[in-house]
Design a protein around this ligand. Structure first.
Ligand code: NAD
Ligand code: DAU
Length: 356
């Protein structure tokens, strides 16, 4: 029986990962440590199989005693660390929480693993600490620059990406200094079911459905490399199974559309799925607004290494992934309602608009 600690498993990618893992492997116990910040919700876990393999623990990775005691109490063979403050816009307006969660929280987990796992070096062969990180640590590309890869020097440019870069450095330091059995993945923009509607794709879908403005930052020609969340889960799974200790893996979607192209595509899908809506054509809702400060122009990831080493490449193409995602939000009005009523969503959206 495997014991896996997943941090941040009530968030977007973490909850998808838990669902993915429970479908993939039978004998295992998943312990999901999540603080349930505004970004995490038990709503994201409602459809998990009720077979006793998922154990939810509400708690803070910044609480070092809690994390250490948990790791002493349960003999984890694997840690998959998703928990983080993840929204770039929020990091611009409130950077302090990003330093705490992303840096101090990661440090606490590493320290707990060091203290508990390294006390018994004989068992280390069966241990694995996987750190989930982002392509944003590599900075921004200009048009025509080659894509990021595992060897790209770090150059973070927002408080979010700087805090994630710091956490990556800590993870690397624990590998080199203490031989903690770590792996790291740096992934591009995810999209799919259960994503909190402060991020581009769900925000555009839900605003368009309600006839609200679709805020395009700057000229809308910024470029992201979009990956369907299930493909990210599969990549992490392969790293856990066959990844090399101490190795970083670059993960991406192999596509680089401009933001405005993504937004136009979502509008076209909604026109097709909701032809009778008074908001058709939905792209009339597009509104250009003040740009994000320090907005990274372009991200792109070279995924040759993970493809060669672990045979992974994205299974879902962007067109069908976007269509299925729009459909998922249309088919889950209860989830949408619950999320909208939660935490500071309304307040954040309001203040965000006021700023523009
Ligand atoms: P999310 O914001 O949807 O979820 C984060 C989760 O972490 C939430 O459930 C929240 O409650 C929990 N959390 C926050 N602070 C915590 C704390 N102090 N203690 C315990 N739990 C806490 O984020 P996401 O989009 O699912 O991203 C997950 C991870 O993947 C992050 O580390 C992020 O940097 C990374 N990542 C995200 C993307 C993306 O496109 N979303 C891409 C690459 C990497
Ligand atoms: O690249 C990986 C990163 O992708 C992850 O590490 C982050 O956790 C995740 O939030 C995401 O960061 P981005 O800043 O790229 O994602 P976001 O959805 O916030 O924005 C995507 C692009 O869309 C970006 O260029 C900003 C733009 N945008 C976003 C919003 C919310 C808009 O034009 N309008 C908007 O309202």
């Amino acid at each position: 029986m495997r014991n896996i600690l997943v941090t941040g498993g009530a968030g977007f990618i973490g909850s998808n990962f838990i669902r993915f893992l429970l479908a993939k492997e039978a004998p295992l116990n998943i312990y999901n440590l999540d603080l349930l910040t505004y970004a995490g919700s038990l709503e994201n876990l409602k459809d998990l199989p009720e077979d006793g393999r998922h154990h939810f623990i509400q708690g803070d990775i910044c609480d070092s005693d809690l994390v250490k005691n948990l790791m002493k109490e349960i003999d984890f063979d694997t840690v998959v660390h998703f928990a983080a403050e993840s929204h770039v816009d929020r990091s611009i307006f409130n950077p302090g929480q990003f330093i705490q969660t992303n840096i101090v929280g990661t440090f606490n987990l590493l320290e707990a693993a060091r203290t508990v796992w390294l006390a018994e070096p004989a068992v280390l062969n069966n241990k694995r600490f996987h750190h989930v990180s982002t392509d944003e640590v590599f900075g921004a590309l200009q048009p025509g620059d080659p894509a990021f890869n595992e060897n790209t020097p770090y150059s973070p440019r927002s408080p979010y990406s700087a805090s994630k870069a710091s956490s990556d450095h800590l993870v690397r330091a624990y590998y080199h200094t203490y031989h903690l059995p770590v792996t790291i993945s740096n992934c591009t923009n995810n999209y799919g079911p259960y994503q909190f509607p402060e991020k581009l794709i769900p925000l555009m879908i839900l605003n368009a459905l309600e006839g609200k403005p679709l805020p395009v930052y700057g000229d809308g020609l910024q470029v992201r490399d979009w990956l369907y969340v299930e493909d990210h889960c599969e990549a992490i799974y392969r790293i856990l199974q066959n990844g090399k200790i101490g190795q970083t893996y670059a993960i991406g979607g192999n596509n680089q559309p401009g933001n405005i192209e993504i937004i136009e595509t979502i509008c076209a899908i909604l026109d097709q799925l909701q032809p009778d809506s008074i908001h058709v054509p939905h792209n009339k809702l597009i509104k250009y607004v003040t740009d994000r400060p320090g907005h990274d122009r372009r991200y792109a990831m070279n995924i040759d290494f993970i493809h060669q080493e672990l045979g992974w490449s994205p299974a879902k193409d962007l067109k069908s992934g976007l269509y299925e995602t729009v459909l998922w939000y249309l088919n889950h009005p209860d989830w949408v309602g619950a999320i909208r009523n939660r935490g500071d969503y309304a307040q954040w959206m309001q203040s965000n608009y006021t700023r523009r």
